[in-house]
Design a binder for this molecule. Structure first.
Ligand SMILES: *Cc1c(COP(=O)(O)O)cnc(C)c1O
Length: 400
């Protein structure tokens, strides 16, 4: 006997839950890729993507995952030997920096570890020390999905401005666009990358590179630009085929159109952010109570530094693995694995799990995950404060 049979729930930090409406929009015969409905629809997708990112500037669309958008951003902005300052707060920031190194960039990594956000004082110091302005770009991650930390992107822009430093600011928002508040233009971000499969509720396979005019000026002299990743033809195609440097991702576009209808035109971005914030708070309230009588703790201590899209939790020795197995096989929820590097002194990777709460997620889904975790802790005899669920329900009751 198992209680896992029934509709399975993948509560990992991407791919996220896809709305049935998105899937239904994709279920159709292949459209004409040269003219007509599909071509007209793409013209409506671009402005909505800009709204989600908070920009009046440009969005280039690619057929790839998030890693592709990293390479697109780097190759359009830089030349071999250019120096970039990489702000590491987990696997994703560090890996983006490694990709930059592999492309021939000179990487200066500031590694803030797996339990902290970017320390702005350290960034300022590095920028002020660079009196010759050799640093051409700062690579930041708004939410590092491996640690679930949220960085202060606007604050990083402040460091550049205070140092009167001309480097570009590039932000990886793959985990959190449409979940955590973000304003590309108001926060002075020059390049932002994101993917289809997290906050945007569409299957993996499309990614987006947002860039402003300053970044486009960098592209004019960048020697890493390649024909496929070049963002120029993708923003102002003289014919539609060039938007995607080949065949359009036809069915993804139908799915994305529907997802953007839901996010931008039906719920509205501020309400989407608010929903994510309340659901995240409910999760954190449960963790806090469980932790009062057991080993449970959120990886990031301060709530203001946590993402509303994903939470990395330490459940005590070996318990992350045991709970993930229990949740999947006995309860019907798959939780996220921990990624390398989040364990530190006195811990192992098996202590951790990640809860994805991004995108098409509501109160009953989050409460279902939390109830499963509390039942799992009881079943596996993991000590915990007994009223975590009540604390989560109180958050929901007060917000709803
Ligand atoms: C998911 C993610 C990536 C990688 O995206 P892929 O689609 O798996 O290539 C990069 N950065 C962040 C912050 C992410 O959350």
């Amino acid at each position: 006997m198992t209680l896992a049979n029934g509709r399975h729930y993948l509560a990992i930090p991407g791919p996220s839950v896809m709305p049935d409406r998105v899937l239904q929009a994709m279920h159709r015969p292949a459209p004409n890729i040269y003219r007509g409905e599909l071509v007209d629809m793409v013209e409506t997708i671009v402005p909505d993507l800009k709204t989600v990112g908070g920009t009046r500037h440009n969005v280039a669309m690619y057929i790839c995952n998030g890693h592709g958008s990293w390479e697109a951003a780097l190759t359009n902005c830089f030349s071999r030997g250019d120096k970039v300052l990489v702000l590491g707060t987990g696997r994703f920031g560090v890996n983006w920096g490694e990709m930059a190194g592999a492309l021939g960039l000179d990487v200066q990594l500031l590694d803030f570890g797996s339990r902290s956000d970017v320390d702005l004082a350290v960034v300022s110091e590095a920028l002020e020390a660079d009196t010759e302005h050799r640093i051409k770009g700062v690579l930041a991650v708004q939410v590092d999905t491996s640690t679930s930390v949220k960085n202060d992107i606007k604050g990083i822009r402040g460091c550049l401005d205070d140092a009167a430093h001309p480097a570009l600011l590039l932000s990886d928002n793959i985990a959190c666009l449409g979940c955590d508040e973000f304003h590309m233009d108001d926060w002075g971000v020059d390049v932002m990358v994101t993917g289809s499969q997290k906050g945007l509720m569409t299957p993996p396979g499309m990614a987006f590179v947002y860039f402003n005019d300053k970044a486009d000026e960098a592209r004019a002299i960048a020697d890493l630009v390649t024909p496929y990743w070049d963002w120029q033809p993708r923003i102002d195609p003289d014919y539609f085929y060039r938007y995607f440097c080949g065949t359009a991702p036809t069915h993804h576009l139908y799915g994305l159109r529907t997802a953007l209808d839901m996010i931008v035109h039906e719920e509205g971005i501020p309400a989407v952010w608010r929903r994510h914030a309340v659901l995240a708070e409910a999760i954190w309230a449960a963790l806090e109570v469980w932790g009062q009588a057991g080993p449970v703790r959120a990886n990031i201590a301060e709530r203001v530094k946590r993402s509303n899209a994903v939470t990395l939790v330490n459940f005590g020795p070996g318990n992350g693995l045991r709970l993930r197995e229990w949740m999947e096989h006995s309860y019907g929820v798959t939780l996220g694995i921990p990624l390398d590097g989040v364990d530190g002194p006195g811990t192992t990777l098996d202590d951790f799990l990640r809860i994805g709460h991004m995108g098409h997620v509501n109160g009953q889904m989050v409460m279902g995950v939390l109830a499963g975790l509390q039942a799992g802790m009881s079943a596996l005899q993991i000590p915990h404060g007994p009223t975590g669920l009540e604390a989560a329900m109180k958050v929901i009751a007060e917000a709803a």
